[in-house]
Write a protein that binds this ligand. Sequence first.
Ligand SMILES: [Zn+2]
Length: 457
Amino acid sequence: MIANVLVMIQKRSRTVIGAALLGCSFMTPQAALAADCPGNPNALGTSRTIVVDPKEHPRIGTMQYPETLPLADHEVVLTFDDGPLPKYSNQVLAILASQCVKATFFTIGSQARFNPEGVRKLIAAGHTVGTHSQNHPLTMNKMPLERVKQEVDDGIASTLAALNGDKSKLAPFFRIPGLMRAEIPEAYLASQGIQVWSADFPADDWRHISPQRVYDLAIQRIEAKHKGILLLHDIQPRTVAALPRILNTLKERGYRIVHVVPAKPDRPATPTEPQQWFMHPPTETVATTRWPRIPNFVFTATRMLPAPVFADLDWRDADILDHAQRARIGVPVRTAWPQPQVAQLAPVSTLPIPAADVFRVPEALDLTLLAARSATNRRLAQRAAAPAAGTPRAQAISARQARHPKQAAHQIPAAAHGKGRGGPMHVAPPAASNASIHVAKRTPRAEASAAGKRVQD
Ligand SMILES: [Zn+2]
């Protein structure tokens, strides 16, 4: 026990030493050190006992779940399913005793009913006993809740019956038969405070393979992960045959056996860090786990931001920058263009009617109605000016013009002048005004465009 405490002191930080010592003081004296193993000074032994709380870690075993037991490198937990079956279970017990190693057994209820003495032998030898259903159905993943309950509860009741109902001797550990996990059994077991044990590596000892193969698989898979829960069966002769060699090899290669017991009110769980429950916990050498954390922004502040000013919304700035960036050229110096004036809307809802002379064009200006040069208007003008006014087509055009007097009025000037090409045209003389001067300065293109006409180049 002293050595055990020293090991724990080495592994725990100073902040949890007290808790670790407290946990050790409540442990049952199950951790059998190799040096204390009677008759076998070279025994593998049990290096330490860990106390786990099923409520904190309801599912373990990396064959199926993210978490597994909080083992250190080269630590192995032995588990045996499907017993007790006297012929082989007793041999397994003897082998484990010879090496002073403690394991966890998952009993089948029906087996316990037939062999209650076998259950008591497991407890007497200091092993942990969990359950493995009543009848070992391989369909628990398809079962409705009621059948799951029945299998789980009956299995526990049968094993407890062998222990005279002493619940303190039975661990709230459960292994689903065939590892046929599903949400319904997992949820039910969790609701009962029962920990689901998968495994980290099997040895395929339920298959029809040789003991040598069982041994090879066990060692290969342990060596691949360096630590974890080994799944075996204490009802198989090949397991009995392979087990001594497995334990010897583990001893030779520096592995240590860890015993697992459930937490109780007077036996708190072994202090652990969350990452210890993962097969490959984050380390200092893995860059991604050391990446700076995202800052925790606080959005509760109600600081007011300044209202944007008009200059911030100048579309020309954004336009210039956008073009400059796309063209990969320097931003041009901004031209001192007149600033647009924000219209100051008068509080009145009506505007004065413009004076008639605003729209008057000076007589002397030689303006060109380029719009009349469009192909359509040119044709219409030619037809209208043609002497064969009595032809059906001309009549049709005349009728159309009658229906659309505006269009006809628009076409009449070109036709009347007989200049289908849209030559210069004199318009009515205007009175002198600012508007007329403004028009005089416009180019023909701008004028036509302002009149909504298409300009032909
Ligand atoms: Zn099984």
